[in-house]
Write a protein that binds this ligand. Structure first.
Ligand code: MN
Length: 149
């Protein structure tokens, strides 16, 4: 660990003094092959900046919550679902996730998908979709083919 305000980037989307953490507690929500690094947690700004990396073919949890996310893709390619919008994304694309909007990220088959995600320090817990939510999401065949639960 370092007390410096400047922490160096290391090879491979790692940073000095930043631990590679589990994405979520095991069994708490469905996901596949995702790591989390907490880059900044600043009470004076009231936000956190995290770096998530989804391994090739992996996916984040399909969820929604009251808090919003601001995302910038840093590496790789993948597809994200935001509400009913399904988009292919790559390095430096920006993704806004408004309050109460279903969202999920999937990495392409050949490479990991890494992204920065800004979020409030004080935030609610994510909700997982129930059967009625899933039925609604699956009404769109493209979304039905995309989502993983
Ligand atoms: Mn989320």
């Amino acid at each position: 660990m370092t007390d410096s305000n400047i922490r160096r980037a290391r090879e491979g989307f790692l940073w000095e003094g930043v631990e590679v953490l589990a994405y979520k507690d095991k069994g708490s929500a469905p996901f596949r092959d995702v790591t989390r690094q907490l880059l900044f947690r600043t009470d004076d700004l009231g936000c956190e900046l995290r770096y998530f990396e989804v391994s090739a073919d992996g996916h984040s949890t399909l969820e929604r919550h009251e808090h919003a996310h601001a995302v910038m893709i840093l590496r790789g390619r993948g597809v994200c679902l935001v509400g009913t919008e399904l988009r292919s994304v790559g390095a430096h694309d920006l993704v806004s996730i408004p309050a109460w909007t279903w969202h999920q990220f999937r990495a392409s088959a050949g490479e990991p998908l890494g992204f920065l995600c800004m979020v409030n320090v004080a935030r609610d817990r994510p909700q997982l979709p129930g059967e009625a939510d899933l039925a609604q999401l699956r009404a769109d065949p493209k979304v039905a083919a995309f989502i993983r639960t």
